[in-house]
Design a protein around this ligand. Structure first.
Ligand code: ZN
Length: 563
């Protein structure tokens, strides 16, 4: 009898403690993709102290009772609540480093650039090298390359290395030239040149293949630099309402950075990692994908492979020659056997395979490889094709049958439109960025940004997905407008289906009981707003696992929240 009483008392205590730590957010206009793939509207969310959703409250439901069912109450003030956005293709550390490095792309004179460089050097006294990019002596109307001596005047004895806007030249100061051992006696390697003063001494700028002389001497970032870059990347994501991200091409150093953050309680964003090639995959994962770590905030899912390059540089592998370069149709970076072997090596250990394919020949080849491998590697594999930009309409059905997920970046369509027309000519545009066609054929779409190539902005992506127009509202009516998606389809590709693409659909991506409370409060309902309104969406709060990581009032709150 006594035992029973004690047990009962303990049970009551547990129950009330749990309820006391629960949080209700109500008075929201909520929308999530439901279990059936359709939109589900709701008015409130109840989650527990561990950040798990207990109830989704719908209009007309009985309201949870204060103190009985929850302790903390947050008034959503009529704002729109959505699941946290998932970026299905980004380069997380690249985002952080890009944000932290010196950017000269806006400078219009050498004097202005030198001021900026001097200021940056002064603001970062701890950095052993000053590294940056983006200068263009044409924009400066200089009529010559800048010199090492000019840099010396603002940076002193610390080495400086600044890449030109196109990446085809680098500008060093004397300390950098000295560190690299570049002197009057140094000869440029084939395919490169060294700018020289009248006496033959290096002037400061190294072109193409000669850039490596200094570039190779720039020290790799230190662990503490990586930590700062990762913290910066998280802030960039939270500000835009992104709560989870697929990191496409993680190195062991990237992985160690995420682990350090996790161990130190500084890992807030959910990272689904895809190792940069099979060697990094084995190094990070060993015999197979990692478990979900740090309350579903980190997992090594698989590997990222490259089959071809990009359309802009004519590296994308096409079935027929480029319209504006009839002698080439691009080049694969792997032959069929190599591709099959690498995919096989990952799949046999249960790693998920994500292959970069942009041209129609590259996409057809990956679909063929998946179809072949599916006989051997059965079960739920979720093969992914990254970008899937140009697809021969004849291959849509094969794409769908292969079960591959199309991991696409809507903003590439609006950025690339004019270039794509030049590269492809009019006859292939029907298969360019074919979101709706793939969706209708039965392919699952996962949307992302490819940041830092593009801004990590899911709202710009959603706007592009429903309009096929850029921020300038061009072209009128949308480019290849038959490929526009319905708003709920685009939202699914940025939430529920992006989670599915990373084997995370039982953990996050939707707002439902048993899932992590990852959500955003915004000022616009993307399901009913115009594309321009969606693009201008303001995120007022970002929450991950029931903890607020960002708010418009105080910026970051990560680390200060209850959870
Ligand atoms: Zn990428």
């Amino acid at each position: 009898m006594t035992m029973v009483r004690i047990a009962l008392a303990a049970l009551l205590l547990t129950t009330s403690t749990t309820a006391l730590a629960d949080t209700l957010v109500d008075n929201v206009r909520g929308a999530t993709i439901g279990a059936n793939g359709q939109v589900e509207q709701f008015t409130g969310l109840l989650f527990d102290a561990t950040g798990m959703i207990k109830r989704v409250i719908h209009a007309g439901d009985k309201k949870p009772r204060p103190r009985k069912e929850y302790q903390y109450h947050i008034d959503g003030k009529g704002r729109v609540m959505l699941p946290g956005m998932i970026d299905a293709h980004a380069h997380v550390m690249g985002m952080g480093f890009a944000a932290l490095s010196l950017d000269l792309s806006e400078t219009t004179s050498l004097a202005q650039a030198l001021t900026l460089i001097g200021k940056f050097a002064a603001e970062h006294p701890d950095r052993p090298w000053i590294v940056g990019r983006g200068w263009n002596q044409e924009l400066w109307k200089l009529g010559r390359f800048p010199t090492a001596a000019e840099l010396d005047a603002v940076t002193g004895g610390r080495p400086v290395w600044l890449e030109r806007v196109d990446g085809h030249a680098g500008w060093a100061n004397s300390a950098a030239l000295k560190a690299a051992g570049v002197t009057a006696a140094t000869k440029a390697s084939a395919g490169g040149s060294i700018e020289r003063l009248a006496d033959g001494a290096p002037a400061g700028v190294l072109v193409d293949a000669a850039m490596d002389l200094v570039g190779a001497k720039v020290p790799a970032p230190r662990a503490e630099d990586r930590d700062i870059a990762f913290a910066t990347a998280q802030q960039i994501l939270f500000k835009r309402g992104v709560t989870a991200v697929a990191d496409m091409g993680s190195s062991i150093e990237d992985w160690q950075t995420y682990r350090r953050a996790g161990d130190a309680n500084r890992l807030y964003v959910r990272v689904m990692a895809y190792a940069s090639g099979v060697d990094q995959m084995s190094l990070i994962g060993g015999p197979g994908p990692s478990p979900w770590l740090y309350q579903d905030r980190l997992r090594l899912n698989g590997v990222k492979l490259y089959l071809d390059g990009a359309l802009g540089s004519r590296g994308a592998w096409l079935k027929a020659p480029y319209a504006d370069a009839p002698t080439t149709r691009g080049l694969p970076q792997l032959n069929q056997t190599q591709l099959g072997n690498l995919m096989s090596r990952a799949a046999m250990d249960g790693f998920q395979v994500a292959v970069h394919a942009i041209g129609d020949e590259a996409n057809a080849t990956v679909i063929g490889a998946i179809t072949d491998l599916a006989d051997t590697y059965k079960g739920d594999r979720r093969w992914r094709i990254e970008h899937a930009q140009i697809i021969d309409p004849k291959d849509y059905a094969k794409f769908a049958r292969s079960g591959a997920i199309a991991s696409m970046q809507p903003i590439h369509q609006t950025s690339d439109r004019v270039m794509a027309e030049a590269r492809l000519g009019p006859d292939r545009l029907a298969g360019a960025y074919p979101w709706k066609s793939l969706k209708s054929a039965g392919v699952r779409l996962a949307f992302g940004s490819d940041a830092p190539v593009e801004l990590a902005d899911p709202w710009a992506g959603l706007a592009a997905a429903i309009s096929r127009q850029g921020p300038d509202d061009q072209p009128a009516g949308g480019w290849q407008p038959q490929e526009r998606l319905a708003a709920f389809e685009a939202l699914a590709a940025y939430t529920a289906d992006a989670a599915y693409a990373g084997f995370a659909e039982t953990r996050f991506g939707r707002l439902a009981p048993g899932m992590r409370a990852d959500f955003v409060l915004v000022d616009v309902d993307p399901l009913t707003a115009t594309p321009a309104q969606v693009r201008a969406t303001k995120v007022s709060e970002t929450w991950i696992g029931g903890g607020r990581v960002w708010s418009v009032e105080d910026g970051t709150t990560a680390g200060k929240s209850a959870n």
